[in-house]
Design a binder for this molecule. Structure first.
Ligand code: FMN
Length: 179
């Protein structure tokens, strides 16, 4: 199954992106974690532009979400909220509905970002995504420069990430069967 991974940070040395890159390397058998790298290329959401034809970047974003069995988000907290670029991407799929009934979970590279986690959970819930809290993990990366390989090579962190992906994959199967 394919899981789409979305980092809410555009920073080159983002700890959230590193966490998701590590998840791609640690994915259990039968699970493929694919990072979405188009967040920064989406236009600003404007309801006037949300009709056919939409911008190619938007249709690409929507089809990647449609094709994914589930979505993992890892987002930093900015001023007690989610980064605008991440919220902008979600606004583009409120009307088109790609996240409706989609299994989603939240990874977190910093235990400090509680407002952003709560806010993102609320937004995903109101968009009718199926939030899977038991697959959510928090690592103590705290925005420090870290390479995905360091997470993969750390037995403790690697086990946490792998286990979260196994739990998420199991939840995706359960949600699919219940439909
Ligand atoms: C503009 C800005 C605002 C921030 N606001 C908060 C905040 O309100 N609460 C918090 O815990 N951290 C805040 N931070 C710190 C980041 O959330 C933290 O460094 C995060 O781990 C960076 O993620 P990244 O490494 O993926 O870019 C802020 C950082 C920036 C650049």
């Amino acid at each position: 199954m394919r899981i789409l991974a979305i980092s809410g940070s555009l920073r080159a040395f983002s700890s959230n992106t590193a966490l998701l890159q590590a998840a791609a390397e640690l994915a259990p058998q039968g699970v493929e974690v694919v990072l979405y790298d188009g967040l920064g290329g989406l236009p600003h959401f404007n309801p006037d532009l949300d009709g056919e034809p939409v911008a190619p970047a938007v249709s690409g974003w929507r089809s990647k979400l449609r094709d994914a069995a589930g979505v993992v988000f890892s987002v930093p907290e900015y001023a007690h909220g989610v980064p605008g670029v991440l919220k902008n991407s979600l606004d583009w799929v409120v009307g088109s509905g790609e996240l409706v009934d989609k299994p989603v979970t939240l990874f977190n590279a910093s235990p400090r970002g509680t407002y952003a986690q709560a806010s993102l959970t609320e937004t995903l819930t109101v968009m009718s995504a199926k939030v899977v809290p038991e697959a959510s993990v928090t690592l103590q990366l705290l925005g420090k420069p870290v390479a995905a390989g360091q997470i993969v090579a750390d037995p403790g962190m690697a086990a946490v990430v792998r286990s979260a992906l196994e739990i998420f994959a199991g939840a995706i199967e359960t949600i699919k069967t219940a439909r």
